[in-house]
Design a protein around this ligand. Sequence first.
Ligand code: ADP
Ligand code: MG
Length: 260
Amino acid sequence: MQVITVANQKGGVGKTTTAINLGTALAATGLRVLLIDIDPQGNASTGLGVGRNDRERSIYDVLLGEMPLASAVIGTCVPGLDLVPATVDLSGAEIELVEYEERTHRLSRAIERSDQHWDVVLIDCPPSLGLLTLNAMVASNSLLVPLQCEFFALEGLSQLLNTVERIRERFNPGLSIIGVALTMYDRRNRLTEQVSADVRAVLGRVVFETVIPRNVRLSEAPSHGLPALIYDFRCSGSEAYIALARELITRLPDTSPERT
Ligand code: ADP
Ligand code: MG
């Protein structure tokens, strides 16, 4: 089982869009995928068609109650893709967790204790480096960073990389960066090209070759409660996420279905 955190402390960079569509593309290859929504905004849950009234159990119960992970898992419209939804309760969790023992390891313990198995677990994080994101990083084998090619992209990234370094030292020495995905890519925009060249020069091969184009279908799909890959299989955004999934699979240790 590979646990991958999708994180970037900036909002609106494509974390949730990536978690939903990459999860869908991975599930389409036959992998068993679990998406854990750990953002109080619950956008990944909404985007997968799980309305607020359908979230009787959520990641909040797992982190702050003693609910086993499997009890909070629900199916989605995508075969092979399960979800642990998030509710607004979670917005208080950062503060409530402070009182708990092992507050940084709540998610990690829940995943370890789970008797259900997935090939890939994706965790969709809130736009901050608080306790929720920390729980995700402590629970993960690796980090996938969606990065929007804009002027301050590299500065935000260095802050994120410093945090990863500290988490490695203190909590999770095995945490790696599986890749940086350039999102909302606009080939006609010279700044995009410039920033992308800089990011590749600094980070090298950790940056995925696949870029995710700016594509209106990707932004329309969530309002229909569907991944773009189901809403419009042929749009450039869907194609890009299929390519990204392929590239990601080549970076995973061993994810052949049934074998892990
Ligand atoms: P985050 O989870 O990092 O806050 P989102 O994935 O929610 O970011 O994306 C922010 C907004 O941009 C959403 O409205 C989303 O639909 C839209 N969006 C994300 N990726 C793209 C893209 N490649 N092209 C066009 N719109 C996008
Ligand atoms: Mg989000």
